[in-house]
Write a protein that binds this ligand. Structure first.
Ligand code: ZN
Length: 149
């Protein structure tokens, strides 16, 4: 894979020193997502409080892209409203679907723009999206649960 070297450093940094990794006791919902095509796994604990993503913790194994992307995602969405978190997620999904034609909105995506080059490699897009899809799944379940309660 050819990724810009600065971007590669951002990804490696998140891979080696992942943010919010290590499952916290605190959670409304736990999900476990796998990407069988690469062998990536992410377990994600999510707490939502008053429409705000109050906490995410996670654990996982797999390639640098899947683990770095999950780390980057937690930095971006913790503390945001669920609506804003979805806006970030949609924007990142569009970037991953762009087949290398988009550079990403750095104001919204911050470190996640480092993953823009991954969109040129369809086999790796699932790696990059794994943690994000786990967050989406967990948030839908958390919101469903709180509406029924
Ligand atoms: Zn992977």
């Amino acid at each position: 894979m050819e990724l810009n070297s600065l971007y590669q450093e951002v990804i490696l940094d998140h891979y080696k020193r992942p943010h919010h990794k290590g499952l916290s006791e605190l959670k409304d919902i736990q999900v476990h997502h796998v990407n069988p095509s690469c062998g990536d796994e992410v377990t994600l604990n999510l707490s939502i409080s008053g429409g705000i993503v109050s906490d995410i913790s996670w654990d996982g194994v797999g390639c640098s892209i899947s683990q770095a992307s999950t780390s980057i995602m937690t930095d971006l969405v913790i503390g945001q409203t669920v609506a804003h978190a979805y806006k970030i997620l949609d924007n990142f999904s569009d970037l991953m679907a762009s087949k290398g034609t988009m550079v990403g909105d750095e104001a919204l995506l911050d470190d996640a723009v480092a993953l823009a080059g991954v969109s040129k490699f369809p086999a790796r897009v699932k790696c990059a999206l794994l943690g994000w899809m786990a967050f989406k799944d967990a948030s839908v379940q958390a919101i469903d649960g709180s509406e029924k309660a």
